[in-house]
Design a protein around this ligand. Structure first.
Ligand SMILES: [Fe+2]
Length: 265
């Protein structure tokens, strides 16, 4: 485990987080547009990875030592993590990737990434189907089974999360064609706006993102995420973070995106 405040097993493994080395700004503070986009994507992908690691590292103890409520909350936390992936990939396939292909003028430029999405869908669906059975009390929560279901698709998903960063860095080739940074900032602003108008995004997916983000990661390289005014941070914490607070206790970070111990390791 990696931080001085959390000496026990945490959420930085077994599925390795993606380093900021490829995308961080230059020593003089400048950052190419391609690196800026890659950095923003690295943040979200690391949220996905911390989420699965938190699930993986707590599944057995929740199943063996948790109360009925602990188990149900953990299942909901895990299901919500799956929904977050669907939401992220849906946004990429409907908005981000088609616009990149249009802006570069290269049809099919992002096709490999879409193909990679398809590679782990059935494994993720199998995990969801199992979680539904546990929620419906057709099956008992079995931590080893959760781990097996995760291991069945996660290596492919981990590779995909890494490969997509390289795809975005490759957009450096088209850097002169558009103001990519501005375009990406607009996409991010659109997502933040949607958070406040969609109840699933504001109560479930966005709060989960905040408790899976680690502001201390690699000396705080991503500490300014998410990109929104402080007053909105306060609003999210006061109005929306508590809706599912019993689920978020299994997360590796608190409502301020600061690392904390996992309760069931
Ligand atoms: Fe992505």
């Amino acid at each position: 485990m990696a931080t001085e405040t959390t000496p026990k097993v945490w959420a930085d493994g077994p599925y390795q987080l993606i380093t900021a080395d490829k995308s961080r700004p230059e020593p003089d503070g400048t950052q190419s547009a391609a690196k800026f986009m890659a950095a923003e994507m690295t943040i979200v992908h690391n949220c996905i990875l911390r989420g699965v690691n938190a699930i993986y590292n707590q599944a057995v103890n929740v199943a063996n030592k948790g109360t009925k409520k602990d188990k149900l909350d953990f299942v909901n936390f895990t299901a919500q993590w799956g929904d977050m992936i669907h939401e992220h990939h849906g946004m990429e396939e409907s908005t981000l990737f088609p616009q990149i292909e249009q802006m570069t003028g290269v049809p099919g430029l992002m096709a490999a990434n879409v193909h990679e999405h398809e590679q782990f869908h059935s494994g993720l669906s199998a995990l969801n189907a199992y979680l539904d059975k546990v929620k419906g009390e057709a099956e008992e929560l079995d931590g080893v089974k959760v781990r097996e279901l995760v291991d069945a698709f996660m290596p492919v998903l981990r590779d995909h999360l890494d490969n997509e960063i390289d795809t975005l860095l490759g957009l450096a080739e088209y850097e002169d064609k558009h103001d990519w940074k501005k375009w990406f900032e607009n996409i991010s602003a659109g997502i933040i706006k949607a958070v406040f108008s969609d109840s699933t995004l504001r109560n479930d997916i966005f709060p989960l993102t905040l408790v899976l983000h680690d502001k201390k990661f690699e000396q705080g390289v991503f500490k300014t995420f998410p990109p929104m005014p402080w007053v909105l941070h306060v609003a999210v914490r006061w109005l929306f973070m508590n809706t599912r607070k019993d689920w978020w206790r299994f997360a590796p970070c608190d409502f301020y995106s600061m690392p904390k111990e996992l309760p069931f390791v």
